[in-house]
Design a binder for this molecule. Sequence first.
Ligand code: HEC
Ligand code: HEC
Length: 346
Amino acid sequence: MKNQMLFGAMVLCCGFNTVLAQQDDPDWPNWAYGYFESLQETDPNIYQVPPCPEMANPRSCGPVGTPLVDDGVKHSLPGTSLTFTRVEANYSWQPADWYPGDHPDMPEIIAIGDMERGIRPCSLCHFPNGQGKVENGHVSGLPANYILQQLEAFKNGERISADYRKANTNEMARIAAWLTDEEKSQVAEYYSSLPFRSMVRVVESEQAPQVRASLNRLTMPDEEVPWQPLGDYIVEVTENLEETEIMRNPRGTFIAYVPVGSIAKGEALVTTGAGKTILCGACHGLDLKGLGDVPSIAGRTTSYLMRQMWDVKQGTRVSLLMTSVLANLNAEDMMNISAYLATQAP
Ligand code: HEC
Ligand code: HEC
């Protein structure tokens, strides 16, 4: 137990040191990590500075949030007869399972987690159906071996976020370090057996809604706000704030506003290499839906795709093959690639 705690602290400490210097980069894609501004410009009150990890309450290592107060009001979602209060839907140690018919029985570590070991359940972030959200990842349909490899990478410090503020990735690493071998095979088998469906609609646009940064993601404001020029980045948000973010609808969808022209530029890079990179299909399959243990990259959210490429580029996610693929690509290329890949059927 003690070693695990030490390990968690090491991951946090080292991520911090490398990142502070680099994040001055004007091309840094803060949008993909859920921010508008660089680490240096961010108000530290909206993210919590580790080190923690206080085993009994790993929540305290996460970003600072306003605790929800249970008002007793039951809510529902389309296509289910179940009802939950907001607090029940978000409960850290067994969040709502809105559509039990969408998936087989969940292993305990996915449904409930283990409070004693400080492992919050996978379904809290990736949902019971493995679809996940823009700020975490999409684990359904991934090859079981790839899931196991990634859990190892998180555990060994070979996959940490390039952005120190990203508390949920830090938590993911701690979870991977604390799982037993049996739990690892259970989760790999469970999530790899589920289908992944596209959950993001990509729209080229000169303008996007004004959004705010909130707990590692960009989020829609509660009320109508004027749109503003999009600039040269992507704004990816849920299509329904109340249902997806507050009530945690695992069937929820997202919309990515991407700069005009970005999809075609991304397509050229992905399908021809455009003289700058290797064809993605060579390893990810011609349809980009994965090949052997190499994961699918089609139809995933733009923020997730961008973060992975950027993390590899910064060296905080170790991937020998992807490092050479990305060697001549800059932040704009990777953003265009993300826009194109998100339009592809998974
Ligand atoms: C607190 C939220 C949280 C919990 C709980 C959580 N994860 Fe994650 N997980 C993440 C985040 C965040 C990422 C993506 C990291 C990134 O984008 O940098 C991730 C990524 C992953 C990936 C990599 C996906 C890919 O395509 O490479 C796998 C596999 C994974 N998680 C499995 C699990 C399993 C299994 C559990 C439960 C034992 C779990 N996660 C619990 C937040 C969480
Ligand atoms: C030479 C083989 C190879 C080529 C070519 C390649 N990839 Fe990959 N890619 C991988 C492997 C293998 C992984 C899994 C990580 C690992 O094992 O290193 C990966 C992982 C990824 C991931 C992260 C997926 C996840 O679930 O987290 C993204 C995104 C990605 N690649 C995008 C691309 C894009 C875009 C291209 C083309 C420009 C490309 N890759 C070309 C081998 C390749």
